[in-house]
Design a binder for this molecule. Structure first.
Ligand SMILES: *Cc1c(COP(=O)(O)O)cnc(C)c1O
Length: 431
């Protein structure tokens, strides 16, 4: 395979800048915690499926051979399987600014969204003075949400008797000003999955609370790279997956955050036996757990859970604030290099640091061709119809030199017209 930057080298000032930034990088050593091919390729899809941490393969082998193979059913106790969802939840919670006992791993994000929607509807009813449904029947959501968020919400809104009002995050305060007393829940993503825009989680949470509404944040595209400070911001509910920047692997368990103050009344709409106060009492009558276990459902996917737990060791001794700082340095440098070398490509992601997540969205009429041609040069990004190329910037394993190599490769693709032929290639059904 040709390496990313073949046939063209970067201008000396940018090369020097990348080298200086990389040598000052306090997280540079973390790259060695990942099993990356040594072929000069640049992986920019860590926002979709994070790269493989080295700790995962031995942990999975141990989970299968020793724990399952030798301990067999005893593994639920001797290998700590039963407690794993909460143990892993606590580790993720550290990255989210959540004190222990408020995050539990399991299921997929879509299922966790369903649990929160209906639990929030029940919480709203509980809070209404007369115990009836009250006047709050509106749920506010971003029309640009990841599709699963909208699909699950539409179905849950039918169950809860809610009206869905769609508003982009900047318009949410106006909706709250107009209809605040009717709003049960505001549900938003911290980072827009398509544009990479970072929304104001503290401010929007306050705005929702000011009118008495609950708030749910989907952190799929920000967990592990952007601090959320869930406890400090008084967030009511949050969910996210762990296969993106958290590197948990394909189909890794998702997670759900329910703060202590909302756990006792959390009405889990899928109250499986794992969420019961005494699961092994096997009583016919359901008594919910009063801690975060109330948000569990059924038997967790243990091999994936242990793979995720091992993957999270890539964050050992790493503060999410340092990851955020490196992310901003990488995306900021990428913007400089893009402006200098490929001005004809439009940057969709906002340029202000406080409005940038950890991915860049680049618009070009032949983005599909660019993604394919870059892939042939070892630069892997992804495509979002109709014309956006996404570059996920994973600070744990990317360097400024990697980012520069990607931009230089993009210049080479455009100069060589390599995207013209690639544009005609078949589009994937899965990206
Ligand atoms: C990736 C992603 C999901 C994924 O949902 P799953 O049910 O875990 O497949 C959901 N929401 C957002 C915002 C995402 O980015």
């Amino acid at each position: 395979m040709s390496t990313a930057a073949d046939h063209l080298s970067a201008p000396a000032p940018l090369l020097g800048q990348a080298a200086a930034l990389d040598s000052a990088d306090s997280l540079g050593h973390v790259r060695d915690r990942f099993d990356l091919p040594d072929d000069g390729s640049v992986y920019l899809v860590g926002n979709s499926l994070g790269a493989l941490p080295r700790a995962v393969a031995p942990a999975v082998a141990d989970a299968v051979q020793r724990q399952w193979g030798r301990s067999r059913v005893g593994g639920w106790n001797t290998s700590g399987w039963w407690a794993a969802p909460q143990r892993v939840g606590d580790r993720i919670g550290e990255l989210l600014g959540a004190a222990p006992g408020q995050v539990v791993a399991g299921d997929c994000t879509s299922v966790q969204l369903h649990k929160v929607h209906l639990a929030a509807a029940a919480e709203t009813r509980r809070r209404s003075a007369d115990g009836a449904d009250g006047a709050r029947r509106v749920v506010v959501a971003d029309p640009a949400s990841f599709p699963t968020d909208l699909y699950v919400l539409a179905s849950d809104a039918r169950l809860a008797g809610w009206e869905v009002v769609l508003a982009s995050p900047p318009d949410v305060p106006a909706v709250l000003a107009a209809r605040g007393g009717e709003v049960a829940l505001v549900t938003l993503s911290q980072v827009d999955y398509r544009t990479g825009e970072l929304w104001d989680l503290p401010g929007l949470t306050r705005a929702a609370h000011d009118v008495g509404a609950l708030v749910l944040w989907d952190l799929c595209h920000s967990a592990g790279v952007v601090p959320a400070d869930l406890d400090a911001n008084d967030v009511d509910y949050a969910v996210g997956c762990s296969y993106k920047f958290l590197n948990g692997g394909p189909g890794a368990p998702a997670w759900i955050y329910v703060p202590h103050r909302l756990q006792a009344a959390f009405a889990n709409p899928i109250p499986g036996w794992n969420s019961a106060a005494q699961p092994f009492a096997m009583t016919a009558e359901y008594t919910p757990a009063t801690d975060i276990a109330v948000a569990r459902t059924g038997t967790p996917q243990m091999i994936s859970m242990l793979a995720l737990e091992a993957a999270l060791t890539a964050y050992d001794d790493v503060e999410v604030q340092a990851v955020r700082a490196k992310s901003l340095s990488l995306t900021g440098f990428a913007l400089e290099a893009l402006d200098a070398l490929v001005p004809e490509v439009e940057v969709v992601t906002p340029r202000e640091p406080e409005r940038r997540g950890s991915a860049l969205a680049l618009r070009h009429p032949q983005s599909w061709g660019l993604v394919r041609a870059l892939h042939a040069r070892g630069v892997e990004g992804d495509f979002r119809a109709p014309d956006v190329m996404r570059w996920g910037i994973a600070p744990l394993y990317l360097s400024h030199a990697d980012v520069l190599a990607a931009v230089v490769a993009l210049r080479a693709v455009l100069d060589g017209g390599e995207h013209e032929a690639a544009e005609l290639s078949e589009r994937p059904t899965v990206t």
